[in-house]
Design a protein around this ligand. Structure first.
Ligand code: ADP
Ligand code: MG
Length: 731
């Protein structure tokens, strides 16, 4: 009897919804309480210091040590009042999480025999030294220059978690290369600001700055923590490496937007309180398609801040989940046979004059600007489709992409019929009138008391990895556990490079005597023609699309380690150098890290799968087989041979079936271990990752198939691991 599994199931089903007290204040009163935002700054900093800090935030003006000291003093006072005793530089190494090293505020007073005081100087606020060798660095670090530095990013506000003041920082090596996501993200934002502002000047000279906006939609699974702890694969890899599909899963489509289970509702409620305390504008919550799958989306914000908020919310989710006896799974594909989780990244650009550059206008002037930014983005995605794919690819996300549930592993753009037809008209016309976009169409329902409903002028196509949705692009291929920065760095950089190129072409035509408008039209028309292969409004899951995309010359590579090569192609190196986002050295180093992480993830999964197969599954299967053998033996002792054969035929068949699967597991686990031994001898990180992809990953499905078949025949009473039907349905 598998006591562990049954005990876990019993405990899981005894968990009730945890009562969550609503805060006594209104949301707006405690919103952002734990963030050193402008409201708090005004209370703790002098007007002069506050102004200098705001200039640093808004205009990138450097802060000198004197001001840093004053900011640090105010920040410390605020943090201590909230109960902080420690501080940390909070940064984003290349691991998809965040890192922090906590130091206490305490220092000895400088005079001899001095007391302990709380100390936090501008020097500590601005910069810290940290050992770069403990974080992925892709060989950038030599032992004599193992130092790395974290440096304060004033554009993202500090916050207090528990007893610790967290200061968002960048993380760079002694030699100045980025070892994190934030540094290149900030560079890409500044590149797109510059390039887009220049292009905006064709339409409005008053624009001084263009902001890049991000609105993420975080999908996740919840699992009861008792069941989670009885699944070593979940605990060690965040995904189930085995498990037969539940008879019921998402076929009835009864989960999506269904009533949220009470336990989950309590979790969400508390998570939202937490989010608001940290100034994260959580707006939407709902069930997702798969059982136990949910989504949280905030109101969009400036990209740098929005990324930090997403990383913070992932931390908060993990903590809050524990208080509700849940574990949160942010893995892209925790369960096979049902949908995985993504993190749609809604991307748009907007000016400091308040104009959304992807928002259709009200007249042909405004629409020329709209079409300019739309078509340039289209062109950027077309030319860099392999790079954008590389930016979202990982060992985890590979399970999701290309499966019939998530964006395909081919990047294409969905524009919707209305925008498509505008571009088609524009392509063959010289008239501005071609780009008058109908305001949102009105639809009358013809039912009394129900007001007119506005139809969004973009249709929805859920199979597209990159879709235009009315006033923004939605990059849907991003994985749920990823740092959005990776995708946002690539996207902002390619759009910046494209806008620069556009400006050069238009200016050349103007210099040759064309009017500005005609010059813009001409270049756009050429782009519309050229970028056609990236436009696809059909079913991205179909096999025909794979063939068609190949013909169109889009990147169809599916091997994760090879997809990363897109970063070090000649064109990519030039693009990143031109936009000042990555140096060539950084690109190569970061790919080393990507390959290394890929290999390690597959290696861990292979080990866990092998271990569980050999010491959880085979022993149980063998024991059950021997029960059957015993039965056959006894039947044979009691009955004459003919009758005995008839009576024991089912058991005998089962014994053979079990034996076949046991042999199947054993031989494949052995072969997988051998393949690992070979792969581990390879020196090059790239080649090693390719070997793991080509020679180790294929065993996962074979071994799993044998185990899942055994799960269906072995006595339920003795099966050791919680089954899908237990994991996936929260009571
Ligand atoms: P859906 O699931 O239909 O895509 P959601 O409401 O779940 O829509 O999420 C939409 C996301 O897009 C939210 O995070 C929202 O803040 C964001 N968003 C809306 N407008 C913009 C915009 N102009 N730029 C960036 N993000 C936006
Ligand atoms: Mg969406």
């Amino acid at each position: 009897m598998s006591t562990l599994r049954f005990k876990a199931v019993e405990e899981a089903f005894s968990h009730k919804a945890v009562h969550v007290d609503a805060p006594e204040q209104m949301t707006s009163e405690y919103y952002g309480k734990y963030v050193f935002n402008r409201k708090q700054m005004a209370k703790y900093l002098s007007k002069e210091t506050m102004n200098t800090l705001c200039d640093a935030i808004d205009k990138g003006v450097l802060i000198d040590r004197n001001v840093a000291n004053k900011v640090a003093a105010g920040m410390k006072m605020w943090a201590v009042e909230l109960g902080a005793t420690h501080y940390t530089h909070w940064f984003q190494p290349l691991t998809d999480g965040t890192a922090e090293k906590h130091d206490s505020f305490i220092e000895y007073k400088s005079e001899p025999g001095g007391d302990i005081i709380e100390e936090f100087s501008g020097k500590i606020l601005v910069q810290q030294e940290s050992d770069a060798s403990s974080f992925p660095n892709g060989g950038i670090r030599n032992t004599f220059e193992a130092r790395g530095y974290t440096a304060w990013d004033p554009s993202s506000p500090a916050f207090v978690i528990d007893d610790t003041l967290c200061i968002p920082t960048v993380f760079i090596s002694y030699t100045g290369e980025a070892l994190d996501y934030k540094t290149p993200l900030l560079k890409s934002l500044s590149a797109v600001d510059k390039a887009a502002t220049d292009v905006c000047h064709y339409f409005d000279t008053k624009v001084n700055k263009v902001f890049s906006y991000l609105g993420w939609e975080q999908e996740y699974f919840l699992v009861d923590e008792c069941l989670y702890s009885a699944r070593p694969d979940l605990a060690l890899t965040e995904r189930t490496l085995m498990g037969h599909e539940s008879a019921k899963n998402q076929q009835l489509e009864d989960h999506y937007f269904g009533a949220i289970p009470l336990r989950v509702q309590a979790f969400m409620k508390e998570l939202e309180f937490e989010a608001y305390k940290y100034g994260i504008p959580a707006k939407t919550r709902h069930n997702e398609v798969a059982p136990n799958q949910f989504e949280l989306a905030p109101i969009f914000g400036e990209t740098n801040l929005s990324v930090d908020q997403n990383l913070l919310i992932m931390t908060l989710m993990r903590r809050v989940a524990r208080r509700h006896n849940f574990r949160i799974l942010l893995h892209e594909k925790p369960f096979s046979g049902i949908n995985g989780s993504g993190k749609h990244c809604n991307f748009s650009l907007g000016t400091d004059t308040g104009v959304g550059l992807f928002t259709p206008g009200k007249n042909s002037e405004e629409n020329l600007r709209f079409v300019t930014f739309l078509v340039n983005t289209l062109m950027a995605v077309y030319k860099n489709n392999s790079l954008l794919k590389a930016s979202i690819m990982s060992a985890n996300n590979a399970h999701r992409l290309g499966a019939n549930e998530a964006p395909p592993a081919i990047i294409s753009v969905f524009l919707g019929s209305q925008i498509s037809s505008i571009l088609d008209t524009l392509e063959v016309s010289d008239s501005k009138e071609a780009i008058i976009v109908d305001e949102k169409k009105n639809m009358r329902l013809g039912v009394a008391h129900i007001p007119e409903v506005l139809i969004d002028n973009t249709d929805r196509n859920r199979t597209s990895p990159f879709a235009f949705t009315g006033n923004r692009f939605e990059f849907r291929a991003v994985g749920s556990s990823a740092n959005c920065s990776s995708a946002m760095i690539a996207l902002n950089a390619v759009v910046a490079a494209q806008l620069k190129e556009f400006k050069v072409s238009v200016d050349e035509k103007i210099a040759a005597g064309e009017t500005k408008e005609k010059a813009i039209f001409d270049v756009l028309k050429q782009y519309i023609k050229e970028s056609k292969p990236i436009r696809f409004d059909g079913n991205g899951y179909s096999d025909e699309w794979k063939e068609e995309a190949e013909k169109r010359g889009l990147d169809c590579e599916t091997s994760v380690p090879l997809i990363f090569d897109a970063y070090t192609k000649k064109e990519s190196i030039a693009l990143f150098a031109d936009t000042n986002v990555f140096s060539e050295k950084e690109l190569f180093a970061r790919n080393e890290v990507k390959w290394e992480i890929y290999t390690k993830k597959i290696q861990i999964e292979a080990r866990v799968l092998g271990d569980l197969a050999m010491n959880y599954i085979i022993p149980v299967a063998t024991r059950y087989q021997s029960v059957l053998l015993d039965n056959v033996y006894k039947i044979k002792a009691l009955y004459d041979s003919k009758k005995a054969t008839a009576l024991s035929s089912m058991d005998s068949a089962l014994i053979e079936e079990i034996a076949d699967h046991i042999v199947g597991i054993k031989t494949n686990v052995d072969a997988m271990i051998e393949a690992r031994k070979c792969a581990n001898k390879i020196e090059s990180e790239r080649e090693k990752a390719i070997a793991y992809h080509d020679t180790i990953v294929p065993y996962f499905d074979i071994i799993r198939m044998h185990i899942d078949k055994l799960e269906m025949v072995v006595d339920n009473e003795v099966w050791p691991l919680p089954k899908y039907r237990e994991l996936l349905f929260i009571n």
